[in-house]
Design a protein around this ligand. Structure first.
Ligand SMILES: Cc1ncc(COP(=O)(O)O)c(C=O)c1O
Length: 399
């Protein structure tokens, strides 16, 4: 047995099931604001494409290429080149399709970590737990970077010593951030890239919420954009991950990309060839269409914006909540212990949310998730509004 399996922590939703399993829910229809699973409908033109008999006949009869079909690589490159200017990626050298960011964010640590010489993997705290599991199974030690109101929910890298940097193999960043929706600026990312070039560690940027943002005129800055603007045109030490799950409401398609440093991409491709993680051909074809269309993405973004606004406005009289710059999550402070808040909300109103501590670790004596909850506004607008009204009506009991 791989001894590193013993190092894995229980997954947040397993902890939530246990917590709520011990609680009697109110007799109301359940509203889940716990999981970040998009529930806006998948775009019809993509469903139509995937339902074409000729496409499925070809796709099911073909071993898919791990590198991806040229049509998919071209579509992804066009997306990156128009969205993350001045980045100019070459579809043949700079990118690979992946089966959603989750598997790729995990696999990249297995492929590219050097646990002997570079035993530290850095990650934000709170985080997407896959980063931690990936680091542990790769035999490295997580170093958690607190993301708190004091740091504007971004990792503060100014206190890290050269000695520590020399032991870092990989750093995960999540931009826009889950669970708080904070954005790293161009300057934040360029400072990190300069450190990565100096100390030769790899930046793994999880950008899966990059298309869900508030200000239509100011989309989040991506890692490859920051690298190119710095003159790092071949994206040395940089890898950006993105997917169609949130952008296009296709979490079931399992489709995304990794793009960046061609040497790292080549090694990752080698790993993936052995691992057997090629995307089915029919999924590749549909994905190519999805990356080429922006109209459905704009519509999706507008829906999230409206839901966040309505939710925050409803609760404002009792519980003012800071709205995020990006993503579909709220990360408010709770008036009482976060686990008790989640449990009480479930028992009083049958609404589930995720206790903040399930997304964070105590490190350096502090746990930035304690007394916060994550609210995922993924449900239909009416359900989100109803949830806000229920929380409002019970807020005194939740305090
Ligand atoms: C921060 C973050 N990264 C990655 C993922 C994985 O998304 P997918 O594998 O569907 O691309 C999620 C899913 O919720 C997430 O919240």
């Amino acid at each position: 047995m791989n001894p590193n399996l013993e190092r894995l922590e229980p997954y947040p939703f397993a902890r939530l099931s246990k917590l709520l399993g011990e609680t009697q829910a109110a007799e109301l229809p359940h509203i889940s604001l716990a999981m970040g699973e998009p529930r806006h409908p998948a775009p019809q033109f993509l469903i139509d494409c995937l339902s074409e008999k000729a496409l499925l006949t070809e796709g099911l009869a073909t071993y898919p290429p791990t590198r991806g079909l040229p049509s998919l690589r071209n579509a992804i490159a066009s997306f990156i080149n128009r969205r993350f200017k001045p980045a100019k990626v070459d579809p043949d050298r700079h990118l690979l399709p992946v089966n959603g960011t989750r598997e790729a964010l995990f696999a990249v640590a297995q492929a590219l970590s050097n646990y002997k010489d570079r035993p530290i993997t850095m990650m934000p705290n709170p985080f997407y737990q896959i980063y931690e599991g990936a680091a542990l199974l790769a035999g490295t030690q997580p170093l958690y970077l607190p993301c708190t109101p004091e740091t504007a929910f971004k990792p503060d890298l100014t206190q890290i010593t050269s000695e520590t940097w020399s032991k870092v193999g990989l750093i995960y960043i999540c931009n826009p951030g889950n669970p708080h929706g904070a954005l790293m600026t161009l300057e934040d990312q360029q400072a990190l890239i300069a450190l990565a070039l100096e100390h030769q560690f790899i930046i793994v940027a999880d950008e899966c919420y990059s298309e869900i943002y508030q200000d239509e005129d100011n989309p989040p800055v991506g890692l490859l954009q920051a690298a190119a603007a710095l003159g790092n045109l071949d994206f040395k030490q940089c890898l950006a991950f993105n997917s169609l799950s949130k952008r296009s409401n296709l979490p079931g398609l399992r489709s995304g990309y990794v793009a960046g440093d061609p040497e790292l991409i080549a090694r990752f491709l080698e790993y993936r060839t052995y691992h057997g993680s090629a995307m089915p051909v029919h999924s590749q074809m549909v994905s190519a269409l999805a990356w080429q269309d922006e109209a459905h993405v704009q519509h999706n973004r507008a829906q999230y914006r409206a839901k966040i606004k309505a939710f925050a406005e409803t609760l404002a009289p009792v519980w003012p909540i800071k709205t995020p710059d990006a993503s579909f999550y709220l990360w408010p402070e709770t008036p009482i212990d976060d686990e008790i808040f989640a449990q009480k909300l479930f028992s009083l109103q049958n609404v589930s949310v995720l206790p903040g501590r399930y997304l964070s670790r105590t490190f350096g004596g502090e746990n930035p998730g304690i007394n916060r909850i994550r609210i995922a506004l993924v449900a239909e607008p009416n359900a989100c509004l109803e949830a806000a009204q229920r929380i409002k009506s019970s807020f005194e009991d939740l305090s």
